[in-house]
Design a binder for this molecule. Structure first.
Ligand SMILES: [Zn+2]
Length: 440
């Protein structure tokens, strides 16, 4: 291949036939199951409890015989109990923030880091990145896998990295202008925040900056949020979301291509399944449920049937981009995030979609759920785009939001309209939901 030619698809493995993909998957799965059984007592015990041995894995369907692994297993084996390599083979350790109790710890051998870089190079290429890009990484550098994952993957394809991290937003905008940044890595909420600060500084992101590609992650990207981002960053910017989590590797598990029809999974490294989160049974292809991922090519920490708690469905139809890998639909939310309000299941992303569909209110909001006299109440604080003193106008907006929410959620909510620029802004993952019922 001519080295100067811009790659549209990073690796040959992304466009193999189903038969080839499955052949690789089975061989790697068998090898991984054997290794964890031999090297990790906790795995061996889990497998013995359900009466499965490595030699029972004869087909991909046999994966279903294996027990699930959850975040709790990682906590129970903190820090290195699930690792299959000796500590001196590790070259990097990352950890999740762990809001409650111990963090979850993940480790990498040199080969794991190489595979991670390969995976991220693939998803960055899918999202339109090339060696000509100047990529500004506005994810927090540190124990979090997001920043370093994108950093090495983009560097590997030859892009110029600006590791600006989060914070100091005015300086970020100066770099963007002066370095001619073309590619932005950020959470959707921070990308909005950057645009807002830029406008405040008299810099119009559409005209005065040169961003053509947005690789967003670590937070849900709803369709409504994508539209909102286009409002600030222009129609021409290609915004794709990508997916991953530290437990599985970091970013790079899957990503959207330019056709934006779900995220292509790097299937030669990960096997996806969709289960009913209540019963654990595997659902037929196309049905929506909890995503379960098995890492089949990791050395240090190959999790088997890891329950991600993310809700999606799998798509196997061919994609116009030429990749043959299975796609996972963009996420609705996590089973963890689902709120049960007066008996109704509500995903915060549903509320977001409604709020962003009302022109008079902006993309910043807060959801507060509380309980009084045994009854749940849902309150939504949301910012107006333009301040107004007209009581009539405020009442009309409130009614409009309420009516739309009632249609989508089947619930009544209390709406509090706030002045522009009053609600909290986020540089990393946004925290917009306060469930006060859990804090009692
Ligand atoms: Zn595609």
């Amino acid at each position: 291949m001519n080295e100067d030619k811009v790659k549209k698809i990073w690796s040959e493995e992304e466009s193999m036939s189903r038969e080839q993909i499955e052949k690789i998957q089975l061989a790697r799965l068998q090898e991984t199951v054997k290794r964890v059984y031999e090297k990790v007592p906790a795995y061996r015990k889990k497998m013995e409890d359900v009466g499965v041995k490595p030699e029972d894995i004869q087909s991909l369907k046999d994966l279903q015989k294996l027990p699930f692994v959850t975040k709790q297993d990682m906590r129970d084996n903190y820090p290195f109990g699930l690792f299959t390599v000796e500590k001196d083979e590790l070259v990097r350790i990352h950890a999740s923030s762990g809001t409650t109790g111990k963090p979850t710890v993940v480790g990498y051998t040199q080969k794991d880091l190489d595979v991670w870089t390969e995976c991220v190079s693939r998803i960055a290429t899918m999202g339109g990145a090339t060696k000509s890009d100047v990529a500004q990484i506005c994810f927090g550098y540190g124990m979090f896998t997001g920043a370093l994952g994108l950093h090495y993957g983009l560097e590997h394809i030859g892009a110029t990295i600006v590791p600006s991290s989060t914070g100091n937003t005015e300086k970020q905008i100066m770099y963007m202008k002066d370095f001619g940044t073309t590619l932005l890595v950020a959470t959707p909420s921070y990308a909005l925040r950057i645009a807002e600060v830029a406008l405040h500084m008299g810099v119009d992101p559409k005209k005065d900056l040169n961003i053509k590609i947005g690789l967003v992650g670590s937070e849900l990207l709803t369709d409504a949020m994508r539209l909102e981002m286009h409002k600030y960053w222009g129609e021409d910017i290609l915004i794709t979301s990508n997916y991953g989590m530290s437990e599985l590797m970091g970013p790079g598990v899957s990503g959207e291509c330019e056709y934006q029809c779900g995220m292509h999974i790097n299937e030669d490294f990960f096997i996806p399944e969709i289960i009913n989160p209540k019963t654990g049974e595997v659902l037929p292809i196309g049905e929506k449920g909890e995503l379960v991922i098995t890492c089949i090519y990791k050395e240090a920490l190959p999790l088997i049937r890891y329950r991600t708690k993310d809700v999606t469905r799998l798509i196997y139809e061919p994609c116009e981009c030429g990749r043959t890998t299975c796609r996972m639909e963009n996420l609705d939310g996590r089973t963890d995030d689902m709120l049960k309000i007066r008996g109704v299941n509500v995903f915060p992303s549903q509320i977001e979609e409604v709020l962003l569909s009302v022109d008079e209110i902006g993309p910043h909001y807060e959801i507060i759920v509380s309980r009084k006299d045994f009854s749940d109440s849902l309150e939504i604080r949301v910012e107006l785009v333009k301040a107004t003193d007209s009581y009539k106008e405020l009442e009309d907006i409130e009614k409009k939001v309420k009516a739309k929410l009632r249609v989508v959620l089947g619930l009544d909510a209390k709406i509090k309209l706030e002045s522009p620029n009053t609600l909290q802004r986020f540089e990393g993952k946004a925290k917009r939901v306060k469930d006060l019922r859990k804090e009692v």
